[in-house]
Design a binder for this molecule. Structure first.
Ligand code: SF4
Length: 369
């Protein structure tokens, strides 16, 4: 590995002089300075979580003295829905509810009902999904479905309870998360994706057992490269297991065939089992950056707009909402922010940027993954 650079994809295509609306982008799409449309909005509905995953909310930082946000500073469901409508009008087609742990937000079903009725600019149903650690899923799956949730993503970093505990630093049984996944399936949430963050030396021994467990099931297992998110997880490059290595290990056990993405901007690279018994995905922000197709905006729990997972600061929309600004004013503010967006942190990640950003990056638990 060269002293200066962490391996990334080449970025030549980013500097084409001829800026054209990307293929499939409806006319009038809101494009950022790198010609990327605004398609996905991730909304963090709480900064709290009942897990302490070492790559996101390490216990030594998020301890009992940690100052979580007071309730009155959280966006209300009405405020979230109003802001969401502004983003949908700018072309957003998918909303992902995140946290912290979103199922900890009281009456989350009410928000889901409010969002589930919204249509995209092309008249289609909004693609509404949610990412959870699964701890409350067995209990809540039916009410989430009834409220209008379409599909769900569940984080599960191991099948082995001891390794699971090492990853999330709480005492929670793998079996309870698996029961949540099965219940979500039974009530009709689909597709169900299972996300595993792979940290070298901690849970990478679970890559093949997880693949075997979900092989032949309707669940799509995705392996996420360990990322230098936030300023608390003490990230080191040599704890990253590149996705190419994840694929190599699984392929040696259950042969895989690479398949095309479902849509431009999909974060996961897709692989199906050669025997036809399902598919997996790999999300390779560190070794195969995908910034060139990044169509994601993030709204923090207290109403700040972030244009990148690795942003240092956000844009305060809550003050506009609570300050009596009109929808048009909020909408043009969002448009201005997005048009000026030039983020591509993962493509630029170097030892220098790591040190530079280490001090300022927003915590993932505050804006959702
Ligand atoms: S690093 Fe930022 S710009 Fe790149 S894919 Fe992630 S969120 Fe998008």
């Amino acid at each position: 590995m060269s002293a200066k650079f962490i391996p990334v994809v080449d970025v030549r295509h980013l500097h084409t002089s001829q800026v054209k609306a990307p293929i499939g982008a409806p006319s009038g799409s809101l494009l950022d300075s790198l010609n990327r449309p605004l398609r996905d909005l991730r909304i963090s509905v709480t900064d709290r979580c009942n897990f302490r995953c070492v790559y996101c909310m390490p216990k030594q930082v998020f301890d009992k003295n940690y100052a979580f946000l007071p309730h009155q500073s959280l966006l209300t469901f009405e405020e979230i829905t109003r802001i969401a409508k502004t983003f949908i009008a700018h072309g957003v087609e998918k909303i992902r509810l995140t946290g912290g742990e979103p199922l900890l937000r009281k009456n989350i079903e009410t928000l889901i009902e409010m969002l589930a009725n919204l249509k995209t600019t092309s008249g289609r149903d909004l693609d509404l999904t949610l990412t959870t650690n699964g701890s409350l899923l067995a209990k809540k799956a039916q009410s989430l479905k009834d409220a209008g949730l379409k599909r769900i993503t569940v984080s599960l970093d191991s099948l082995d309870d001891a390794i699971f505990k090492r990853m999330n630093d709480v005492d929670f049984a793998v079996a309870d998360v698996l029961e949540g996944i099965e219940t979500a399936h039974r009530v009709g949430l689909s597709p169900i994706k299972v996300n595993m963050v792979v940290k070298g030396g901690m849970n990478d021994s679970e890559i093949v057992p997880m693949a075997r467990r979900f092989h032949g099931t309707p669940f799509i297992l995705r392996f996420i490269e360990y990322m230098d998110v936030g300023a608390s997880n003490g990230w080191k490059m040599d704890e990253v297991i590149p996705s190419s290595e994840v694929i190599r290990r699984i392929h040696a056990d259950i042969p895989l065939v690479e398949i095309a993405p479902n849509y431009a901007g999909e974060t996961a690279s897709r692989w199906r089992y050669a025997d036809g018994a399902g598919e997996i995905g790999v999300i390779s922000s560190v070794t195969q950056a995908f910034c060139r197709d990044c169509t994601r905006a993030r709204l923090s729990t207290e109403g700040k707009l972030y244009t990148c997972l690795f942003s240092g600061s956000g844009h305060d929309l809550r003050t506009l909402v609570r300050g009596g600004r009109s929808d048009e004013e909020i909408s043009s503010t969002v448009a201005q922010i997005w048009r000026a967006r030039s983020d591509r942190y993962s493509e630029l990640r170097t030892v220098q940027t790591l040190e530079l950003k280490q001090r300022t990056k927003v915590e993932m638990s505050y804006i959702g993954g």
